[in-house]
Ligand binder design. Structure first.
Ligand SMILES: [Zn+2]
Length: 99
């Protein structure tokens, strides 16, 4: 007698927002941030130039020392964002074309 396990549940995984075709490991990193109305850290918003930063790295993609900057782990760096760092953007573009 065999039993068959049938999983009828729909996948609940939701893909995090990120720019298509870019590695998700590059997250947004900024020198400043806007506080959430309730002061919660989770509600912070990036302020100023957005740099790309890899998880665990002390510097941004463009080489700026960013140990004390704010990381937005759930936000992928988007090259098309108006406040994206031009140097980070260029370096990311170079990666995409297999420099
Ligand atoms: Zn940068």
């Amino acid at each position: 007698m065999t039993s068959t396990i049938t999983n009828t549940a729909s996948p609940t995984y939701v893909d995090p927002p990120r720019a298509a075709s870019l590695p998700a490991r590059w997250m947004v990193c900024t020198a400043g941030f806007l506080s959430a109305p309730d002061g919660a850290a989770a509600g912070r918003q990036p302020l100023g130039t957005r740099h790309a930063r890899a998880m665990g790295s002390l510097t941004t993609r463009c080489g700026r020392h960013a140990a004390n900057w704010v990381n937005f782990y759930t936000r992928a760096f988007e090259v098309s964002h108006p406040e994206a760092c031009p140097q980070c953007r260029d370096l990311m573009a170079a990666d995409r074309f297999g420099r």
